[in-house]
Write a protein of this length. Structure first.
Length: 226
């Protein structure tokens, strides 16, 4: 399935039109992205691959999970430099907002102890992450840090997006496990469901821009829910 997504720099993103709709959709999508992480954390049944790494790292670095998500976003952005990836407005907003909103929502949500509630929080978190991803990508403000790392590695190595994504996710899960991160049912549910849930949602959230600024691309699920 192809979806018309813009290939624009930061200035062109602002000039592309429909700015109030796109900015609102971007900010709401990123807030919901962080909320989806908070749901999975409070479920305690395992996190998405990158968040397995984040949860392992905070065992050794005394900061909140959301703060670690923000910090790692900027570490990942440093890896864009040799890949010659160019960040957009959405890239920076992604790096700053997701971890911040995750901490805010976690402060308002209690940890769940009953199994049914934990499963519902986990599945709700995955579904919310899919919706949030479709919204933020569809706003046409560029890729998030981890998605850009994935596409940049694919472009530079010639490997498929799916192969690079799998390699990255396996790597961060293994590193997270070595650090004591949270792997479990939620990790498996995310891996199995995020693509099938995101892909059909994306066309409904893509904000159409002038044809000269877009190109047809294959809609791919994100590398992680953060």
């Amino acid at each position: 399935m192809t979806t018309l997504l813009a290939d624009l720099g930061p200035i062109a993103q602002l000039r592309a039109g429909r700015l109030p709709r796109r900015l609102t959709q971007l900010l709401v999508g990123l807030f919901l992205y962080g909320a989806s992480l908070a749901l999975m954390v409070r479920a305690g049944l395992g996190l998405a691959p990158w968040d397995v790494l984040h949860s392992g790292m905070i065992r050794f670095i005394p900061i909140d999970l959301g703060q670690m998500v923000v910090a790692m976003s900027f570490v990942v952005l440093l890896l864009w430099i040799p890949l010659r990836e160019k960040p957009g407005i959405g890239t920076i907003a992604n790096a700053l907002m997701i971890g911040t909103s995750a901490d805010l929502v976690m402060a308002a949500l209690p940890t769940q102890h009953h199994l049914v509630a934990r499963v519902l929080f986990t599945l709700g978190g995955v579904a919310l992450c899919a919706l949030a991803t479709a919204m933020y990508i569809g706003a046409q403000f560029g890729r998030g840090p981890r998605d850009g790392l994935m596409t940049g590695l694919s472009r530079r190595t010639g490997a498929s997006i799916r192969l690079v994504r799998t390699g990255l996710e396996v790597t961060v899960v293994v590193l997270g496990l070595l650090l004591g991160g949270r792997l479990g049912f939620g990790t498996i549910a995310y891996a199995l469901l995020i693509g099938p849930l995101t892909q059909p949602m994306l066309p409904y959230w893509v904000v159409r821009l002038p044809e000269r600024s877009v190109k047809p691309v294959l809609a791919e699920a994100p590398a992680a829910c953060a």
